[in-house]
Design a protein around this ligand. Structure first.
Ligand code: ADP
Ligand code: ZN
Ligand code: ZN
Length: 746
């Protein structure tokens, strides 16, 4: 006789395309035969963490579904071990969303579900977390005055002074104010000066005084539109830099909070400096939970828990905060929607923007995207009516738009990449008491080290790339794989000791400007100077408070920061963006230009932007200067339509990396042959295999195959038709490969 059993499907990290089935230990027999019990039973399993046997181990998994035996032999199913918690960790709406994401990005469900859990929960730690670790002065510590520390140890003294206020400090609070505090705190704990305590997840803190403005007409119109949204609606807030987009977000958030609902705000990787959170807290007069890469596992767990339980109402986070659970989410906001950091570039390659919109859709709530330089995708969606378009055309308050001009340097003498005209303008701006930003999107001292005798160049032996020379460490570094070596004493090819550093990076620019402007303080902000946790926040604060006269920065400085004293921006080496192989090259360059320019003149003094160029007549520059970003975007969208490129078509990129390039190519050729054998109704095209723009990285040869179709649905269907055969191909397990749906970079 056949017996009916219920089984649960669990999501387990690993390359499993379907959830794995496990048998439920005891009560399932009676439930399976009684339909009235089934839904209650389902609720008792769906979204729960379980520990399951897997190969010879046990693993943590999440139940994502139930089914009845569908022909799989029961003897092949292993029993589920145990539920881990007293309640589910994900609700059915979250699961629906995650399943949708797994399906759309062709990512194993286990990987997607695990992306929604903090690491401690993935590792099987208990769900309940009473608090986070904090540090506070001990009784012994109370007797230590700052004067007992060495007068020269400036950093130590500042930190000890701060700890003397008898508040308990968590690591994220310390990170927000100090860089390099960890070794000091560790030593003071060892010396018994500091005591370690468990503090609550949501520490009580005093909130700054509220600062708010009366909304102008455009701001008010934007707020009213979103407010009027019944259920789901996607809004694009296209507002020039400094037009008060954040003020619009805050006004909307306040209203949603008044209805007792929660809000999720996503910002770019770099945008989440403590200033942003502080501004939100000041306006809303309540704590805002921040979720970003500067937190430790315990703090992430806390943030996750606090939102899920509804103990806090606003979550401000970077890309992955998108997956956080909420008790009652009422509004989603994504600032700087064009920003590339919203696209995960490895592993599970999702777009946080697109997933956020999907999530809002499933929850039937409004979502607001903001930018001064919207992506072509979003502008197109606004034009076709899929998004509602909201515009802030002017800077808020008294601030004037920055004045942009091109500085033609053809034939001019350049010193370390800077023209005399640019240097002269910098002198003038500094003399008038302004702050100056020199933008150069390349870190290190020089991108190439060349032997003057024989022409040898330092190249990475693992990648298809030059090694960048770093002067402070006297090393050559690969910016793609992390390889580094001391600078050779003599040329490896000819033995000459005569090297030339070619080209400029921010380190070299800093050295040069230090000599040119000895009486001014200079602050360089790039990945090299902000490696320590907390140091970016520290430097941005210094820049904002005018502690430096000259700022040197890479694109890290382009995003959202507010430097009220900044009156002049000099942009170097933007021209390379005009000649990119990627069809999005010009779009990225235009966004960078407008965003960096937007840092100038946000205070009471007007701002100027000088773009040093060898291509002053280039149509992209001309258009940006004449018609601004809107004109550029209109032209670009027209060109894309003619070329049938996104957003007028949809793409999927198959990326392959292999030690043996022949295998990579053979695998992609096999996929292409499978694709071409599928009968398709709508136009579907496949290009490649071709070498990736960086042909080799970390010793692996990289190739790609591009699929393009006129609709998302036909692209997805096309891939689905071949997916099983691709995964079953003998080379599929021999090469590293991944799918990039809606790729942002080729
Ligand atoms: P964005 O997010 O568009 O860059 P912000 O919201 O940061 O712009 O606003 C830029 C500056 O203008 C901020 O200093 C802000 O306090 C101020 N501001 C915003 N809205 C108004 C307003 N309605 N009246 C006066 N000042 C405003
Ligand atoms: Zn040589
Ligand atoms: Zn390398």
């Amino acid at each position: 006789m056949q017996t009916k059993f219920l089984r649960v499907q669990v999501a387990l990290p690993g390359p499993f395309w379907q959830p794995l089935s496990y048998l439920v230990p005891d009560d399932s027999l009676s439930v399976a035969t009684d339909p009235s019990l089934q839904s209650a039973w389902l609720a008792d399993w769906l979204g729960w963490r379980v520990r399951v046997p897997f190969r010879n181990q046990t693993r943590i998994a999440v139940v994502v579904g139930v089914d009845q035996d569908d022909g799989v032999e029961l003897s092949k199913l292993k029993p589920l071990l145990v539920k881990l918690d007293q309640e589910p960790v994900l609700n059915s709406q979250d699961l629906k969303f995650l399943r949708w994401a797994a399906n759309y990005y062709h990512e194993p469900i286990g990987e997607v579900v695990m992306a929604a859990l903090p690491k401690r929960l993935r590792d099987g730690e208990p769900l309940a977390l009473p608090g986070v670790m904090t540090w506070q002065r001990s009784a012994l510590g109370q007797s230590i005055s700052v004067d007992q520390l060495s007068a020269r140890a400036h950093k130590q003294r500042v930190l000890w002074q701060a700890l003397s206020n008898d508040q308990a400090w968590s690591s994220s609070q310390l990170n927000a104010s100090f860089s390099g505090w960890q070794p000091l705190v560790k030593r003071w704990v060892e010396q018994g000066w500091l005591a370690v305590k468990e503090g609550p997840c949501l520490a009580h803190k005093s909130l700054p005084n509220p600062v708010r403005h009366l909304l102008n007409d455009e701001q008010q119109a934007a707020v009213t539109s979103v407010q009027a949204s019944q259920g789901f609606g996607c809004f694009l807030l296209d507002g020039v830099t400094g037009s008060g987009k954040t003020e619009v977000y805050l006004a909307l958030i306040e209203q949603v909070l008044a209805q007792g609902k929660q809000v999720l705000v996503l910002v770019p990787e770099i945008g989440l400096t403590p200033q942003t959170a502080a501004r939100f807290e000041a306006y809303l007069q309540q704590p805002v939970v921040a979720l970003h890469s500067g937190l430790n596992d315990q703090e992430r767990h806390c943030a996750w828990q606090v939102m899920r339980r509804g103990e806090a109402s606003v979550l401000l986070g970077t890309r992955s905060a998108l997956f956080s659970p909420f008790a009652d989410l009422g509004l989603c906001i994504l600032d700087e929607e064009h920003d590339l950091s919203f696209k995960q570039q490895d592993g599970f390659r999702y777009s946080a923007r697109d997933l956020l919109i999907r999530r809002a859709h499933l929850l039937n709530i409004p979502v607001l995207l903001g930018s001064a330089t919207p992506s072509m995708e979003s502008l197109h969606n606004a034009q076709t009516g899929r998004y509602r378009y909201l515009r802030l055309s002017q800077r808020a308050g008294e601030a004037q738009p920055p004045h942009l001009s091109l500085l033609d340097v053809r034939g001019d003498r350049l010193q370390e990449g800077l023209s005399n005209k640019a240097l002269g303008q910098m002198r003038e701006a500094l003399a008038a008491g302004g702050q100056v930003l020199v933008f150069l999107n390349r870190r290190g001292f020089a991108p190439v080290l060349l032997c003057h005798s024989c022409g040898w160049q330092g190249a990475c032996s693992h990648c298809d790339a030059n090694l960048t020379y770093h002067h402070a460490s006297d090393t050559l570094k690969c910016h793609h794989c992390g390889f580094q070596q001391p600078k050779p004493k003599v040329c490896p090819a000819c033995g000459s000791a005569h090297f030339v550093a070619m080209g400029q990076g921010t380190e070299r620019l800093e050295q040069f400007l230090t000599i040119q402007f000895p009486e001014h303080t200079i602050l360089r902000i790039d990945r090299d100077t902000t490696r320590l946790k907390g140091s970016l926040a520290e430097k941005v604060t210094q820049a904002r408070d005018g502690e430096a006269d000259i700022l040197i920065g890479t694109q890290m400085l382009a995003k959202g920061h507010h430097f009220p004293k900044l009156t002049l921006v000099v942009m170097l080496d933007l021209d390379q963006g005009l000649f990119s192989v990627d069809f999005r090259g010009a779009e990225r360059m235009a966004q960078l230009l407008v965003q960096v320019a937007g840092r100038a003149g946000r205070g009471t003094q007007a701002g100027r932007v000088l773009i040093q160029t060898h291509q002053p007549e280039h149509p992209t520059y001309q258009q940006l200067l004449r018609e601004g970003y809107a004109g550029f975007a209109a032209q670009t969208l027209g060109d894309r339509q003619i070329a049938n490129l996104p957003p007028f078509s949809f793409q999927l990129l198959v990326r392959v990396e292999a030690l043996d390039s022949a295998q990579a190519v053979a695998f992609l050729e096999a996929i292409k042959a499978l694709l071409l054998a599928v009968p398709v109704t709508e136009p579907c095209e496949v290009w490649g295999p071709v070498s990736a723009p960086m042909a080799k990285r970390q010793n692996r040869w990289r190739y790609q195959l591009l699929l393009q179709a006129s609709s998302r649905a036909s692209l997805q269907a096309w891939w689905q038709a071949v997916a099983a055969a691709v995964y079953a191909h003998p080379l599929a397990n021999r090469v590293r490969w991944s799918l990039d749906v809606d790729p942002q970079e080729m």
